[in-house]
Design a protein around this ligand. Structure first.
Ligand code: GAP
Length: 450
């Protein structure tokens, strides 16, 4: 865990990532045919696979591998009192300034202080408005009548769905403190500035885990969860010198936090928050107790002690993790006088694990390849491609990040052997068809990034 300052030396740029994402079907602009919708993105065939792999990896890590964490899927629409209790109605604001001349909108904390103080637009030099607080929650109405009585918010974080259900979970699943509740789901924020592709968007997904502990043990658990979350990213085979910790200063801490550390990632545009780990104390449960009138105390069955639990939160952006995974995997190298673009995803998160490619379409090779693909389908995410020269097809799979390609040729018909080509080294080996599944399984398990 370090505070190392390194400069970005990766091959990715945001332009290259955005262009590859569109070209290969990872991410598309929302409603593109109408000129696009700011702050919203669509995930294409490869993108949804990558997103699913990332959420499955997180879910496995946070639930299956812990006997003291259970899952939940709460509704996006919650009773509006939830957001009064949580403090979001009052505090979930960004400082906003507008340019009276060019109509640009800025977050006052993201432009030079001099511009804010002297009210000068950093883009056109026009006059800026006074700074005003802008609440990031999207408001809408529920029901037929459009009046304030029907006001409802789109949740700006998934966490509150867990807090309001914590007693239901204790009662129904007999969880005993310390224990956690994990959830993955959409969140919405009316961000003033959406920039850098899918980094900061108005609609996004979060992977959050709330760990309920006895007051007084919170700092110990907080440190434990910081360690665990760091170890998680190590397991995904990412470039760990692109990760660092950053502690929030008192004046930037969220209204609920006693301590907050971000895991930051070195994106092409610089170090940015990837995940936040927060000690939220008993703030949220106390507030829900106060606003709902319901007792949110936990009763220890053995000691009969009653207390409002403290909460340690780990909160990662799923869509932001996807951007991180794209940037982390992106590589270019010179091969035979041309640039090979290769996405070096860990096989556990690669959208396609195995591609099956017949050398030729004719002489029954295509049918044989389809047969082999069918065999592999039950165990792996597969693709099949018979279009164009084999070298071109390898390059296409490299761009999709497919770690293994299986090539079927005339020898396959004779001796039932196939060629397995590794994405990273481009090494090719010959193996018996009957051993393919076991071979690939082992290669995934033993995968080490080069
Ligand atoms: N429940 C705590 C919470 O929401 P946060 O630091 O505001 O904390 C947690 O958000 C994570 O959610 C961030 O680290 C980031 O990965 C992701 N996130 C937040 N706002 C986002 C946005 N506008 N677009 C994409 N991801 C976002």
């Amino acid at each position: 865990m370090m505070e190392e300052q390194i400069q970005y030396t990766g091959k990715a740029t945001m332009e290259k990532i955005t262009s590859l994402a569109k070209r290969r079907g990872f991410v598309f602009q929302s409603s593109e045919i109408y000129g696009g919708q700011n702050g919203a993105w669509d995930y294409g065939p490869l993108g949804i696979e990558l997103k699913n792999r990332l959420s499955q990896a997180w879910w496995k890590e946070m639930t299956q591998l812990h006997d003291d964490i259970v899952g939940l899927d709460a509704a996006i629409l919650m009773h509006p009192r939830t957001w009064e209790a949580s403090g979001h109605v009052e505090n979930f604001t960004d400082p906003l300034v507008d340019c009276k001349k060019c109509k640009s909108r800025f977050r006052a904390d993201q432009i030079p202080e001099k511009n804010v103080n002297e009210k000068i637009c950093p883009d056109c030099g026009g006059e800026l408005t006074d700074v005003r607080k802008f609440n990031l929650m999207f408001k809408t109405q529920i029901g037929a009548a459009e009046d304030t009585a029907n006001l409802i918010y789109l949740r700006p974080e998934t966490a509150q769905g867990i807090y309001v259900n914590y007693k239901n979970v204790v009662q129904s699943s007999r969880m005993k403190i310390p224990f956690g509740i994990a959830q993955i789901g959409k969140a919405f924020r009316n961000e003033i500035v959406t920039r850098n592709f899918i980094f900061r968007t108005c609609e996004f997904e979060q992977m959050e885990m709330q760990f309920f502990v006895k007051p007084g043990t919170d700092e110990e658990w907080y440190n434990e969860w910081r360690k665990r979350r760091w170890a998680y990213y190590e397991k995904l085979g990412l470039k760990m010198d692109h990760f660092r910790w950053r502690q929030h200063q008192k004046d930037e801490m969220a209204h609920y936090a006693k301590d907050a550390w971000d895991i930051e990632y070195l994106f092409p545009m610089g170090w940015r928050e990837l995940e936040g780990i927060h000690n939220r104390t008993d703030y949220d449960l106390n507030r829900h107790s106060e606003y709902s009138g319901k007792d949110m105390q936990y009763i220890d069955q053995e000691s009969n002690e009653r207390f409002i639990p403290y909460i340690v939160e780990t909160s990662a952006g799923l869509t932001r993790n996807l951007l991180m995974a794209l940037c982390d995997a992106y590589d270019e190298e010179e091969v035979e006088n041309e640039t090979r673009t290769v996405m070096r995803f860990h096989p556990l998160i690669a959208p396609i694990t195995v591609a099956v490619l017949p050398l030729m379409k004719k002489d029954g090779l295509a049918e044989l390849a389809q047969d082999i693909r069918k065999e592999l389908m039950a165990d792996f995410a597969t693709d099949y491609d018979h279009g164009g020269a084999i070298g071109r097809r390898y390059r296409r799979q490299d761009e999709a990040g497919t770690p293994f390609c299986i090539t079927i040729d005339y020898e396959t018909k004779e001796d039932h052997s196939v060629t397995l080509r590794y994405r990273d080294s481009m090494e090719q080996i010959r193996i018996p068809r009957a051993e393919l599944t076991e071979y690939i399984r082992k290669a995934i398990k033993e995968y080490k990034r080069q």
